[in-house]
Design a protein around this ligand. Structure first.
Ligand SMILES: [Zn+2]
Length: 257
């Protein structure tokens, strides 16, 4: 594994929001900091959010293309991601949804760990993203992406881990979270299940570091197909991005409750 700590320091900032700024009406004078926020549904929970790619990955192919070990085979450190025909990037979409989601989760009392906190950086590698979330002992985590599928293919897919050693203990939990996530996202956004990836909106993947190396319950969601004009028209809308985040927050709260 190749760690480039200078980059990690910039791009992979561990963003943690504590509960110190949350106050609940009616908290008694005896209640200490630990009691504040205890009635929020995600109090005491840690959620990992990995917005795929990064807005300036294209500027440093030497770094982005270098090979890492994803637990089963070699894989590029990261990729640039896809974009719509109109040039709206997947990296931007992923980042926007992640930001909305982080806000929703913090409002419910969660501690949020983001693998990147801007869309103006390079990386980090997919292995480092996994490590950040593992080290935080997240209760659940989500990798946010949008696909670059065939132009005539529509819909979203939930990508789930396949047991390979490091992730053995979280396969069942990831499946359970994936089921909730699929239902909430479909219901709230109206995005159809993918007609080209997986079966019934679920795809099992053993070639992604984010899923191979996870030691916390985690799935990756391809929120739609950016290369399909119908999906793309939805994905670029701030209102859709907001709704997608809301669906993720509801699924996470439901799974953790
Ligand atoms: Zn992607």
């Amino acid at each position: 594994m190749i760690l480039r700590s200078a980059r990690l320091g910039i791009a992979a900032t561990l963003a943690v929001c504590g509960l110190a700024d949350l106050t609940i009406a009616g908290t008694s004078a005896k209640a200490g900091p630990a009691a504040r926020g205890a009635s929020l549904p995600l109090a005491g929970k840690v959620v990992g959010i990995d917005p795929g790619h990064n807005g300036r990955n294209y500027t440093d192919p030497g770094y982005i293309d270098h090979l890492i070990w994803n637990g089963r085979e070699e894989e590029a450190c990261d990729t640039t991601g896809t974009e719509t025909a109109g040039g709206y990037t997947e990296a931007q979409f992923n980042f926007n949804v992640a930001e909305y989601l982080a806000g929703d989760l913090r409002a419910e009392g969660a501690t949020v760990v983001l693998t990147r906190t801007t869309n103006d950086g390079v990386g980090p590698c997919v292995t480092q993203r996994s490590e950040l979330i593992n080290r935080a002992h997240a209760n659940v985590a989500i990798d946010i992406h949008a696909d670059g599928g065939p132009a005539n293919g529509r819909g979203f897919a939930v990508l789930e881990p396949v047991a390979d050693g490091p992730n053995d203990r979280v396969i069942g939990a990831s499946k359970a979270f994936g089921r909730v996530l699929l239902a909430r996202y479909h219901e709230l956004t109206g995005m159809p299940l993918s007609n080209y990836d997986g079966t019934g909106g679920i795809s099992y993947r053993d070639n992604l570091a984010g899923l191979n190396l996870t030691t916390v319950p985690k799935v990756l969601i391809e929120c739609g197909n950016m290369r399909n004009s119908t999906d793309a028209a939805l994905l670029v809308r701030p209102s859709f991005q907001r709704l997608a985040a809301r669906a993720f927050a509801q699924a996470i709260t439901s799974y953790l409750s």
